[in-house]
Design a protein around this ligand. Structure first.
Ligand code: HEM
Length: 140
């Protein structure tokens, strides 16, 4: 982010506003973890979470800043680097894919603009790929 023009997603807090602000983002994260609990193929990712309510709060806080809003994660928990925060987890291609499937499904449940849905789904793949590349899971 950084080279966007005014009016484009990615400029200042345009993305957070497109998501419906912090309340909308919280809804997205709730859909995300609800889907993770609903989908049988996501069970192995869900069990990696020692505290799902805390994970909901942390993901919503992180994404608020990531979408250009206030840095809610660092306000409460300090500095974070997303790949390093996952390096202890056994995340392979399957876990990466199911995490994104839950995120795509959560986005689809949101009453937000279609072009923003496409933008968000594309952008979230960037840090997800870094998590996969950094994870402790042996790659085949
Ligand atoms: C690629 C697939 C991913 C999987 C399977 C995954 C899974 C997990 C799990 C199991 C935890 C809980 C870890 C623990 O408490 O020990 C976690 C934490 C977290 N995840 Fe992910 N994650 C993925 C990608 C992402 C991405 C792309 C982001 C952000 C864009 C993200 C943001 C976070 C945050 C902010 C936390 C809290 C970290 C902390 O405070 O320690 N995750 N994730």
């Amino acid at each position: 982010m950084g080279d966007q023009q005014p009016g484009e997603y990615g400029f200042e807090d345009a993305s957070l506003r497109a998501m419906g602000g912090e309340a909308g983002l919280r809804q997205l994260v709730d859909h995300f973890y609800d889907l993770m609990a609903e989908l049988p193929e996501a069970a192995n990712v869900l069990v990696m979470h020692p505290d799902v309510p805390l994970a909901r709060d942390k993901l919503a806080a992180f994404l608020t800043g990531w979408l250009g809003g206030p840095k809610r994660y660092s306000e409460r928990w300090g500095t974070i680097r997303i790949p390093a925060a996952h390096a202890h987890l056994p995340i392979g291609q399957a876990e990466h894919d199911v995490w994104l499937a839950c995120m795509d499904g959560a986005v689809d449940r949101m009453p937000v603009a279609a072009d923003f849905k496409a933008y968000f789904k594309r952008e979230i793949r960037v840090p997800a790929a870094r998590v996969l590349a950094t994870s402790a899971c042996p790659k085949s």
